[in-house]
Design a binder for this molecule. Structure first.
Ligand SMILES: *Cc1c(COP(=O)(O)O)cnc(C)c1O
Length: 239
């Protein structure tokens, strides 16, 4: 994050980027602006340009920004980063959605905490579609095995699936993995022990700045866009 807060004039490019993105994608696809590493001012500018969904990957960074943005009461906050169990309570307090639920143990813990706090967080289950030592998530087989237990967590509103692809794939390879997530979503919905709300379309959170057009082709309902909205050549991405 820049140590000197940029003036709002410096951030006017953000509105243009959002307008371009919105012109390019179907209106049914929800843009989640991923603001990790960017300031509360960046988020406020994206809000003024019409976005309401924001994603952060670290609890501490999010907590500081949310405090500065408390007046934006109609924002929906998504946690998109790996959640350590000792931060689960804070996550339920701060975020409306937890998109990165990557194990049954974490889901069960979140359910207990949500009950205590009298909250019902919206949940995406994070799936790892290709081996990647740096990524967390269920394999498709593990997830299908866990459905009966996941269906017994009344304080979580499980909405769908999220995935992050390994870096460096060709568009063709990316398309094939995104289609795998779509297929897994279809299998979930067809399962007699589907843990998701059947009244609502299943959420597929997939696609980032580098691959969102491919993800949309494969059926993404939410795309998570950071750099294409916020980054400039002078952005400091060190945090
Ligand atoms: C950082 C991040 C994004 C956004 O990536 P960009 O390439 O900046 O669009 C999306 N999803 C997750 C999980 C991330 O950590």
């Amino acid at each position: 994050m820049n140590s000197t807060a940029p003036s709002s004039a410096d951030l006017s490019y953000i509105g243009d980027r959002i307008a371009q993105l919105q012109a390019e994608i179907p209106p049914s696809v929800c843009i989640i602006a991923i603001s990790k590493g960017f300031s509360a001012g960046h988020i406020r500018t994206a809000y003024s340009a019409g976005l309401r969904h924001f994603g952060e990957s670290r609890i501490q960074e999010a907590e500081a920004k949310l405090a500065q943005l408390a007046d934006l009461s109609d924002c929906t906050w998504h946690l998109i980063g790996h959640l350590q169990s000792n931060k689960a309570r804070k996550a339920v307090q701060l975020f409306d959605w937890i998109d990165s639920v990557d194990s049954l143990k974490l889901a069960q813990r979140l359910d207990r905490i949500a009950a205590e706090l009298n909250r019902i967080p919206q949940i995406c289950l994070q799936v790892k579609l290709a081996p990647d030592p740096n990524k967390h998530g269920w394999s498709p087989a593990e997830l299908l095995d866990s459905l009966p237990q996941l269906a017994q967590l009344p304080h979580l509103h499980i909405r769908g699936l999220m995935t992050i692809l390994p870096a460096g794939l060709s568009p063709k390879e990316s398309l094939s993995l995104f289609l795998k997530l779509k297929d897994l979503g279809d299998r979930l919905q067809a399962s007699p022990v589907c843990p998701c709300d059947r009244q609502q379309p299943l959420v597929l959170s997939m696609g980032m700045s580098g691959d969102y057009p491919t993800a949309i082709r494969a059926g993404a309902t939410q795309i998570r866009i950071g750099r294409s909205i916020f980054k400039t050549s002078s952005s400091d991405e060190s945090i």
